[in-house]
Design a protein around this ligand. Structure first.
Ligand code: ADP
Ligand code: GLC
Length: 480
């Protein structure tokens, strides 16, 4: 079975979040199961320089405003998974974020930049672009790839199976309706409702209507998005898809996230011998300029600094961390107001709060290893990967009970501790008070070293590798 994945990001070449991690790891896991898997990505600078052995497949164009488009084929550096790269200099050779210009706003031709991604996938599906390889399944990720199922459905000669994965429904790919003139889609009359969302064009809606199967990145999120509270106006449509909608939990790439082998760490360690983790904590504390207090519970955030992630709730709960003698390290970037508030907190408590605004992969690994607790108090969370990374690093996740967080973290209560199932801490109400209460509970357990070690080791031994999820995706492909 030949499967083509398409997305805007792929780790480690272009990444703004967990989408990139998934798009690198899932195709490799499917390939390991014997599926003939390829990936299609736009030729952003990081991709053109990072994909190895690029060779020209075909030259196309002009289209979507680009005079020249060259489809190239190479391989991902680590896994060797074949990758098609759309080399369209006019559309993609832009430094920085894949979505935003230097002014921090969406590029004004994003509809063309990402329509081309879907359009190329549809033409690979029809066999027109590569005589040597034609996918049976086209698997599109998030709104950037959302027009692929629409272009495929529009071609009556194609019976390609299409799967669309929702990584985050909040980003619906909205554009002025008249932009459809640029996209070569038939959206007059009855077709219009399949793309139109309250007077705008939505790439996300196009995918949800046209894909043969839709899935979300966790079972709980698949249920939540059918409710108005989490549905962003698309919940009715998702309810109508009935059993075409499912939830498949993301996995972890343990080649990248493994404290036994992680080259970013001061000392490697595993569940049998956590002394390396203590060394990582001491090193992190001195790197941050914190007092080196081995017994101070060290809380961490590795996240986009946005309201989705509940980052404002942590600011409100900061007094609870400090009152417990705790420390907080934050790495992330996002909304200006939240960034400013974190900067102010770090200035006020330099010995116990350290904030790094920006993106730093190696530093995120050192934090994951050196911290005691990872805070993920999201308002909504389709899956969340950092809590899974934390588990493997012996860092207990403290999360809000939503989406994939609810599916992966088992709250430490007297009962679950007794039963030996607890692997972290969970709170329910989206407010700082509820978070602060759970922080205090985490500190109490932390002081009971023996109980803490048991929970830590249990989390480290849990297996969230991609193998199980790849089985589920394969079954989904076979069902269509
Ligand atoms: P989302 O995709 O919603 O941002 P996930 O938990 O699925 O959330 O994935 C976030 C990914 O981005 C993880 O791999 C995490 O380690 C990484 N990450 C987030 N912020 C940073 C940062 N500032 N520096 C380095 N890595 C980061
Ligand atoms: C999105 C979601 C996150 C998920 C990631 C990968 O960015 O916000 O919860 O883990 O996609 O699927």
């Amino acid at each position: 079975m030949r499967v083509l994945h398409l997305a805007a990001e792929i780790y480690p070449l272009v990444k703004t979040g967990g989408l990139a991690d998934v798009v690198a790891a899932l195709p490799a896991a499917l390939a390991a199961r014997g599926l003939d898997t390829r990936v299609l990505v736009p030729g952003m600078p990081g991709i053109l320089s990072g994909v190895v052995g690029l060779k020209r497949v075909v030259r196309i164009g002009p289209a979507f405003g680009a005079a020249i488009i060259t489809l190239r084929l190479g391989r991902l550096p680590d896994s060797g998974v074949p990758v098609y790269v759309i080399d369209a200099p006019f559309l993609y050779r832009r430094d920085g974020s894949p979505y935003l210009g230097p002014d921090g706003r969406d590029w004004n031709d994003n509809h063309r930049r990402f329509a081309l991604l879907g359009w190329i996938a549809a033409h690979l599906a029809s066999g027109e672009l590569d005589r040597n390889w034609r996918p049976d399944v086209v698997h599109a990720h998030d709104w950037h790839a959302g027009l692929a199922p629409a272009y495929i459905a529009q071609n009556p000669a194609l019976n390609t199976a299409t799967v669309f994965t929702i990584h985050n429904l909040a980003f619906r790919g909205l554009f002025p309706l008249d932009h459809h003139n640029d996209l070569g889609l038939l959206i007059s009359g009855a077709d219009q409702s399949a793309l139109e969302f309250h007077g705008q064009l939505s790439f996300m809606k196009a995918a949800l209507v046209h894909a043969k199967r839709v899935n979300a990145v966790s079972p709980t999120y698949a249920q939540e998005i059918c409710l108005p509270e989490f549905g962003w106006g698309l919940d009715g449509l998702l309810r109508d898809r009935g059993s075409d909608l499912s939830g498949i939990l993301n996995g972890v790439d343990y080649l990248v996230w493994n404290p036994q082998t992680d080259p970013a760490l001061a000392k490697n360690y595993d569940h049998d011998d956590l002394r390396g983790k203590d060394a990582c904590k001491a090193k992190l504390q001195s790197e941050l300029g914190f007092a080196r207090r081995a017994k101070a519970p060290l809380f961490a955030v590795v996240s986009r600094l946005t309201a989705q992630k509940g980052m404002d709730l942590i600011l409100g709960a900061l007094p609870a961390i400090l009152a417990e003698g705790g420390q907080l390290v934050v790495i992330g970037s996002g909304e200006a107001e939240i960034e400013a508030a974190y900067r102010a907190a770090a200035a006020e408590y330099p010995e116990n709060v350290s904030v790094h605004l920006g993106y730093d992969d190696a530093f995120s690994h050192r934090i994951m290893a050196g911290a005691d607790v990872l805070l993920v108090p999201s308002r909504f969370e389709p899956c969340g990967l950092t809590q899974l990374y934390a588990l493997r690093y012996g860092t207990l996740p403290l999360v809000r009970r939503v989406g994939g967080l609810a599916d992966t973290v088992i709250d430490a209560t007297p009962e679950s501790l007794q039963a030996g199932t607890a692997n972290g801490f969970v709170f329910v109400d989206a407010n700082s008070r509820a978070l602060a209460a759970r922080i205090a509970d985490a500190c109490a357990l932390y002081r009971d070293g023996t109980a803490w070690r048991l929970v830590q080791k249990r989390g480290m031994l849990q297996d969230y590798s991609w193998a199980d999820s790849a089985v589920r995706y394969e079954a989904l492909y076979r069902s269509i």
